[in-house]
Design a protein around this ligand. Sequence first.
Ligand code: URA
Length: 320
Amino acid sequence: MAIERLQKILAQAGVASRRAAEQFILDGRVKVNGSVVRELGSKANLDTDRIEVQGHGTLKGQPLVYIAMHKPANVVTTVDDPEGRMTVMSVLGMSRAIGPRQHEGDLPRVYPVGRLDYDAEGLLLLTNDGDLANAMLHPKTHVPKTYVVKIKGKPEARALERLKRGVHLREEDGSVSRVTSPAEVRILKESPANAWLELVIIEGRHHQVKRMLEAVGHRVLRLIRTDFGSITLEPLPTGGWRFLTNAEIAALKSWNPGSAHKAKRPRPARSDKPLSAKPHGDKPVRGKPSRAEKPSRGSKPARTDRRTGSVAGPKRLRAR
Ligand code: URA
């Protein structure tokens, strides 16, 4: 390994994200060759320097791992949860990787690349490659994320046009945010009461899909991320995970804004393949409380969980 900035070494070793690693350094929790280093520009070599991080011991060069998970609903996208809810880390620990192993031995500590809401399902990437995670989440990277969304009511053509052009999102303090970037939207299925849409967005704002739909008057009942850039959810079963292939990792690493639409897989004709995730009724998705909506009598109010949010890419999930 070459000489690198300390925060990069920590992030690549899976200690924490690069930003959190910077805080570790500032807090004096990192020693290089026995001396505490607090300067953010400091460099070291993991092969020749002894790097110790309080609470993590001495770092060894960790292999980088890249994982795709089918996050179930009602799982929190954090490493641990003070409320004791099931986390994506417990999902990871509950089963073995599906398909070829890219990594032997114990799995290094990995972190979610962005978030999916507590009630949201679908594709979540996890890695200990802090650089890649940061690049994927950078607003300028414009990785397209595809969502299949069940909404209450049938959207009018005008609502779909507004979603495509961009809408202003309501912030928690009541203010109105800047307009969202243009999105791709199409109806997968409609009934008098509900519709299933496919939405492709290139941003990853907090609760973005729910807030976009709310802005055009529709409540989200179910939210499934099916694609993140060129990585797809299928054929992972709910709760299953796999290692990304070398080609998938290379595609993510070479991502640039210009590749956003080129790299999307060609959209197959609409098909009626079965949904790989089971719907759980028509209750509104509760990761984000709708401001317009009051909880129904007797039901718990929707909970705002600031730590569960969103980031990700088509899926032939059949709308039911
Ligand atoms: N948009 C949302 O509203 N929630 C998610 O989890 C992802 C995108």
